[in-house]
Design a protein around this ligand. Structure first.
Ligand code: BGC
Length: 259
């Protein structure tokens, strides 16, 4: 267990959880500084990834820190008024689930906010990342099992955009250029960057953002593929890397952002 003491008053803290197709990650976050104040823990996403099985894993993460305060949670789904409407890389049973009730059932009565994973990452980058992320029309892309998207205008979020599912040739953007596809097809960074570039040109044509912010685990290796992109916009690697979802989830519950 981590001591949540020095420089972290209880009021600044929330637990953030990022649920993905392969892992459920969580940590206690200081939402004033954007820092993780406990070590990031990760548990494999249970299979099947039903709502109850995943919520139980979230309870384990939160209990391991002996945390009884607010919890923000991301899911790879559209979440409108705390109901999951899609389930792209998790069990279809999520569709129609009232996610706040679900997690309250497992974590007990406390403040809980659930939001889309890419939206959470966008909120975190706006607050704690590169200043360009909060300037004008920004499109944030997260590359992982799928492609997540967040549209931001001067730091304000238009929630639940699902542009990873944009039809693309005979397939969709995320089935063509997610980082999972790169691994599965064993693509070099150059070959994968070319696909990402094509997808970003399509986004550029349709949305004309001022800047793209690119995140997800693969932003660690940004210098190997970002320079190969040819879109006219600046492409800024996300600064919070793999932790943006956790931090954004914690921010959302503290600020009562409920898309
Ligand atoms: C889902 C989105 C999610 C993205 C990244 C997509 O398949 O539809 O809701 O943000 O993957 O996880």
């Amino acid at each position: 267990m981590t001591q949540h003491t020095t420089n972290n008053t209880h009021d600044d803290l929330a637990f953030g959880v990022d649920i993905g197709g392969s892992g459920v990650k969580g940590a206690l976050v200081n939402v004033r500084t954007g820092e993780l104040v406990s070590e990031r823990q990760k548990i494999k996403t249970p299979q099947p990834s039903t709502p109850d099985a995943v919520a139980e894993v979230v309870r384990q993460l939160v209990d391991a820190e002996h945390w009884d305060g607010p919890v923000g949670i991301t899911v790879p789904s559209v979440v409108r008024e705390q109901v999951a409407l899609t389930a792209a890389n998790i069990d279809p049973l999520w569709i129609g689930t009232h996610v706040q009730d679900l997690f309250q059932g497992h974590l007990g009565a406390r403040e809980i906010t659930v939001l889309n994973d890419a939206d959470a990452a966008g909120l975190a980058e706006v607050r704690f990342g590169d200043p360009t992320a909060r300037t004008g029309a920004v499109m944030m892309l997260t590359f992982g099992t799928g492609i997540g998207t967040a549209l931001l205008i001067d730091g304000e979020l238009y929630p639940n955009t699902e542009l990873g599912h944009l039809p693309f040739g005979s397939t969709t953007a995320e089935k063509y250029a997610s980082s999972k596809v790169r691994e599965k097809e064993n693509l070099s960074y150059a070959d994968w960057a070319q696909r990402v570039d094509e997808v970003m040109h399509a986004y550029s044509k349709l949305f004309n953002p001022l800047t793209f912010v690119v995140g997800g685990g693969i932003s660690r290796d940004a210098d190997r593929w970002v320079p190969l992109l040819t879109v006219e916009q600046d492409v800024v690697p996300a600064q919070l890397r793999n932790e943006a979802g956790i931090i954004g989830a914690a921010l959302a519950v503290k600020e009562n952002t409920k898309p």
